[in-house]
Design a protein around this ligand. Structure first.
Ligand code: AMP
Ligand code: GLY
Length: 422
């Protein structure tokens, strides 16, 4: 079978490596992939947002199955377009991907279905948004409605910051048209948990929980990034909490989407905050998280392709979705300066025994060598019997990978480790 994977980051590299374990797949194409993914799949220079190009390629090559993982092609309707040509896909259709594509939709949806989330207001007029932030209780969280590469959320401690955030999104168009509508919500606190779940629109099967580290610097300082490292499982996510999330969040979400004619098939990502008043949804994503996928798939024992097809064909309730009881850690190595400006083009050196544990994001190949080409360059993963061992091993491997201008956080997993030792 020929499988196509749309995307080109560490998440797609993790998915491709896992798909390769299925003997029915003889060829995987990555669109566009990257220089590191090229070691595991055939990379084709078609952008993930070029829906015409993707569909043309899939038809020409006789693709049997397509996996669409990045947010923008999903929100643009890549799955609908491929399905029109009779190609089965993993990923939600456009009318379901809106759960990530519009935060205003997601918030109103949660309100309609009684799903716990932060209290909020939605504004399409800047004057009204400004009037609100001048009096609402601080801190305030200002979010651009649409996709913004993980950068559309500003937590404002002061009124000046909140005013700036509103003006940045609505007047200066910092996030393009994504900021024409803003969601302003109450600030919540508590440990954060990422739960990715397979769903075929009816059945929902959560994967192993994980913890992302979104800030660029140690001690959760610096700017928000796409994610600087992950651990799984997340020690704050106990069996009791998991059960409560299933009842109050996961099932109502899947049922609510179906009832609204927006059946969701694919991977639904729940960004949760465990507040004093119970678990609440911080965000939905319509896809696998990055770098959560790197640790979650490292622990997945079942065959990913079998599960994906069960999702597509609406028979998830009969599928086997098993995870090992080990621990996984992933450290992201980035280019210094990320998430703002950074230099690239530096040679990447990965020892041979670390290569199987390395998943590439911003890497280019030239004359058989790998060079940095993005902010997040690669992720190094480890799996072990305890979180501490997984972290030690991941860092020991990371220290042996080198490229000029590299940086990584040195405290991935420390908060999780403290929680397990308390
Ligand atoms: P999002 O892109 O919606 O996941 O937001 C990015 C990050 O901002 C989250 O991972 C949280 O750490 C933080 N955040 C978002 N919404 C809230 C909120 N209502 N209260 C506190 N922190 C928040
Ligand atoms: N790691 C968070 C995300 O994928 O959005």
């Amino acid at each position: 079978m020929k499988v196509l994977v749309v995307g080109g980051g560490g998440r797609e590299h993790a998915i491709i490596k896992k798909l390769k374990q299925n003997p029915q797949i003889d060829r995987i194409y990555a669109l566009p992939g990257n220089g590191g993914i090229a070691m595991d799949a055939e990379c084709v220079d078609i952008k993930a947002t070029d829906l015409d190009g993707i569909v043309r390629f899939a038809v020409e090559k006789g693709i049997s199955y397509a996996v669409v993982t990045p947010d923008d092609p999903l929100v643009l309707g890549a799955v609908d377009r491929l399905e029109e040509k009779g190609i089965p896909c993993f990923g939600p259709r456009k009318n379901a991907a809106v759960i990530e594509g519009s935060k205003a939709f997601a918030k109103d949806f949660m309100l309609r279905h009684g799903i716990p989330t932060a209290a909020y207001r939605i504004f399409t007029e800047v004057e009204k948004a400004l009037a609100y932030v001048r009096t609402a209780p601080l801190p305030l969280v200002v979010k651009a409605d649409g996709l913004a590469l993980g950068k559309g959320v500003v937590i404002s401690q002061t009124r000046e910051e909140a005013v700036q955030a509103v003006e940045g999104a609505m007047c200066l168009h910092a996030f393009g048209s994504s900021g024409d509508t803003v969601v302003i919500e109450e600030f919540l606190s508590g440990p954060e948990v990422s739960v990715l779940a397979f769903t075929d629109g009816e059945t929902i099967v959560p994967m192993m929980s994980s913890m992302d580290h979104k800030r660029a610097g140690d001690g959760d300082t610096g700017l928000n990034t796409g994610g600087m490292g992950t651990v799984a499982p997340n020690p704050f996510y106990t069996a009791d909490i998991a059960e409560r999330c299933m009842e109050t969040i996961f099932l109502p979400t899947v049922r609510g989407m179906k009832a609204e004619g927006r059946e969701f098939r694919g991977c639904l990502y729940f960004g949760l905050m465990l507040t004093k008043d119970g678990p609440k949804v911080i965000e939905y994503n319509c896809r696998f998280g990055d770098p959560e996928t790197q640790v979650v798939l490292a622990l997945m024992e079942s065959d990913l392709f079998d599960v994906m097809r069960a999702v597509t064909e609406g028979r998830l309730k009969d599928a086997s979705v098993r995870f090992s009881d080990q621990h996984a850690a992933c450290v992201i190595m980035a280019s210094k300066g990320y998430p703002l400006a950074y230099e690239k083009g530096f040679e990447i050196n990965v020892p041979e025994d670390v290569m199987p544990w390395t998943l590439f994001a911003g890497a280019k190949q030239k004359d058989g060598h790998l060079y940095t080409s993005g902010g997040r360059v690669l992720g190094v993963t480890a799996v072990a019997g305890t979180l501490k061992e997984a972290l030690n091993e991941a860092y020991a491997r990371t220290e042996r990978v080198s490229f000029d201008n590299a940086f990584y956080r040195s405290d991935i997993g420390q908060r999780a480790l403290q929680a397990t030792e308390e």
